[in-house]
Unconditional design. Structure first.
Length: 219
């Protein structure tokens, strides 16, 4: 239905341009001032309803609980926490990736735009908006994510690494979600960095940390 509505809107826009070129200004004005706004409002409502359905279909909002070093492997970890419970999910990342996140959290000024600053500026200057990021899958111990953007009323999805998605989400001030399936899989995932604790062991340790502990271990 959404695609049909978009086609009707495009057809009306083309008709308005054609009527204007032919001197039929009254008809062109009627389309632009009445018919197009009505259809565009319908499209906006429909898009919002579909987005809500997608958000409600098995995804959980999370926030960054902390950025830490794995005490066993000295690898950086992003600690994500379910906003509705005490469940946490650690994601191991590289040093460059975690620095991009920590710089934005701490609002560290840079002489030139970073890669993620550039991506945010491109999105903005293309009249698009980053609405949310979703960590969607866990394949072979690797997390996958999707950026959800909107441009001219149209939803656009782009695959991304979770670390890049999180860095962009912070810069765009948009929510971060994790699919419930990934959250459950990560709970059951027994793998971790080589020669380090399992994800389940680390999760138990992370859930037991308070703010003072996080401050002591935080990067």
């Amino acid at each position: 239905m959404e695609s049909d509505l978009r086609k009707r809107i495009e057809a009306l826009r083309s008709e308005a341009e054609e009527q204007a070129r032919n001197g039929q200004l009254d008809r062109a004005a009627q389309i632009k001032q009445s018919e197009l706004p009505r259809l565009e409002a319908e499209l906006k409502k429909l898009s919002a309803a579909e987005d809500r359905a997608q958000r409600d279909a098995g995804i959980v909002e999370v926030r960054i609980r902390g950025l830490m070093m794995d005490p066993s492997t000295n690898m950086p970890i992003i600690v994500l926490k379910d906003v509705g419970s005490d469940t946490v999910m650690p994601i191991w990342v590289g040093f460059f990736e975690v620095k991009a996140i920590s710089d934005e959290i701490e609002k560290t000024a840079t002489v030139r735009p970073t890669t993620h600053d550039l991506a945010r500026n491109l999105i903005h200057n293309l009249n698009a908006e980053l609405e949310r990021v979703v960590i969607t899958e866990l394949k072979n111990d690797t997390f996958l994510a999707v950026l959800w953007l909107r441009q001219a009323g149209e939803a656009i999805t782009i695959d991304a690494r979770p670390s890049d998605a999180i860095a962009l989400a912070l810069r765009a001030d948009c929510p971060i979600y994790v699919s419930e399936q990934v959250l459950q899989t990560a709970k059951l995932n027994t793998s971790g960095p080589p020669e380090g604790p399992t994800a389940e062991q680390l999760r138990g340790w992370l859930e037991g940390l308070n703010d003072d502990d996080l401050g002591r271990y935080k990067m």
